[in-house]
Ligand binder design. Structure first.
Ligand code: ADP
Ligand code: MG
Length: 252
């Protein structure tokens, strides 16, 4: 399958795009997110600092309630930090302009039941103003690229949990995002299906040369990813020795 049929704005295959952009896709600087006030305040994310670069394959591992989803929402621009900053220098846009540059994959069934797999994958493209025929072409390309083209005409109720989640990954990449954020994408799957979904996520990110962040409570999922961070009581900590990036800033 050709990844250049996906709705990538630059329309250039990943291998021909040249060196990695010298700016992180997302830059999180001492970002905190507090819910509630006074004695009811919950610091879900406490002064998180991290960068995600094109080509990164990053796990954020932590128990339920540790702040993973809150962090993912900050990285996606779906929520704003109470203090600190989140910016997208490598994408060259503000939170309001992120549009199709960042795609999220959520836990569990998030497909629309009356629509086929292909229609589900096409829907965000239609909502983005792409023509019906172009949305269908890019949806079919995304399904094919993940070897699930045969599922195109199935309804969500006719898919296994793992198949449905792979369709969600196809939906995430159909618009050619630069950053894929997956929040507990394997949370409701058995270990075989979970492994397969992680394969597909990594393959999808490779295909479109995107950055990938996977939030998970499952160490088996986390170990599949190159870079690992842990989240505990809202505190984000790198699990590996920092390496240097072109910006000169340290990262795990
Ligand atoms: P995780 O994804 O690791 O399970 P969350 O980010 O969902 O963790 O939650 C972290 C903490 O923030 C939890 O204590 C949770 O109850 C709290 N929290 C998350 N979202 C909200 C919200 N909208 N309002 C109040 N508290 C919240
Ligand atoms: Mg969560």
């Amino acid at each position: 399958m050709r990844s250049d049929r996906l709705d990538r704005t630059d329309e250039v295959p990943a291998t021909a795009r040249g060196p990695v952009t010298p700016r992180p896709l997302v830059d999180c600087e001492a970002a905190s997110r507090t819910f509630g006030t006074g004695t009811h305040a919950v610091v879900a994310v406490h002064s998180a600092t991290c960068e995600v670069w094109q080509g990164d394959r990053m796990a954020v591992m932590g128990a339920s309630g540790s702040g993973k989803s809150t962090l993912m929402h900050l990285l996606a621009g779906l929520d704003q930090p109470s203090s600190g900053t989140v910016s997208w220098p490598g994408l060259g846009v503000t939170a309001d302009e992120l549009g199709g540059s960042v795609a999220m994959v959520f836990q569990g069934a998030s497909l629309m039941p009356p629509l086929t797999a292909l229609e589900n994958v096409a829907m965000p493209r239609l909502l983005a103003g792409v023509s019906d025929s172009q949305a269908r072409v890019s949806a079919a390309a995304a399904l094919d690229s993940l070897d699930i083209g045969a599922l195109a005409d199935r309804l969500p109720e006719e898919l296994s949990g793992g198949q449905a989640q792979r369709v969600c990954v196809a939906r995430a990449i159909a618009g050619g995002p630069r950053l894929i954020l997956a929040d507990e994408p394997t949370g409701q799957l058995d270990s075989v299906a979970a492994n397969h979904v992680v394969d597909v996520l990594i393959h999808a990110a490779d295909l479109i040369d995107a950055g990938l962040v996977v939030a998970t409570h499952d160490p088996r999922v986390a170990t599949r990813l190159m870079t690992r961070w842990s989240m505990r009581d809202g505190i984000l900590t790198p699990q590996q020795t920092p390496a240097r990036r072109p910006s000169g800033r340290s990262r795990p």
